[in-house]
Write a protein that binds this ligand. Sequence first.
Ligand code: GUN
Length: 293
Amino acid sequence: MSAKIISGTETAKAIKEELKKEVAALADKVVPGLVTILVGEDPASQSYVAAKNKTAHALGIHSEQKTLDAETSEEDLLALVEKYNNDEKIHGILVQLPLPKHIDEAKVLNAINPDKDVDGFHPVNVGRMVLGEQCFLPCTPHGVLELLARSGVETSGAEVVVVGRSNIVGKPVANLMLQKREAGNATVTLCHTRTKDMDFHTKRADILIVAAGVANMIKADQVKEGVVVIDVGVNRIGVTESGKAKLAGDVEFESVKEKAAAITPVPGGVGPMTITMLMKNTVQSAKQFAGLA
Ligand code: GUN
């Protein structure tokens, strides 16, 4: 059996079409505005931020890109965040992570107005998310849930195993999937670097979500027949002939797809969904600021 390929590119395209229409319909009331702030020159971060701005532009969202050099002080970054907190054209502020070591990430995320925190990383939004209240959901976990829902994967009562406990993906996706909500109601196990017997858990997963940041970490002998695999990993493992970054997921795609019922590819899986959910949050924020939501 070869798995059904869950295309994030296709699903994201459908959602972007919906958003484009929504942005056009809002035009005489509010133009959604997003600012992305990148500190330093990490190539992966540069390409993510460029993709976010390009997508915003394509949907009719006003987007500004601020690139600061790696030596920027914490104080200057906090001042910039505050400037955008008070900028009426901007409804979403995204500070690309990771930040250089001399900057306190938590302090910066805390400084973003929670009403403009389209990444869903501010403690107020994290708290609301855990409580199941209305908030901006973090983009990658939200993208994973949308992908499962729109692919018709039954999550209610399913054994979901998440590998990786980051604040950006592992912790929030595990939390969302146990909630009483669409693409939720699952029994969730969260594995991490100190998990004693990883294979015991991955082998009993009905849905396996891997966000460990280790290229090709999960092999076919670690999953059961018929599993649904969501691969969140984006690992740069070299360069292609055309000079582009060669990417691999956290799951060994070629072997695992022979055993899985469905699997997301890398690239073209979760990645496009993350960006699309950011756009959705930005449009939502603009509607809230305009008193339309
Ligand atoms: N770095 C990796 N993923 C993300 C994300 O979703 N948002 C931000 N701000 N930084 C990231």
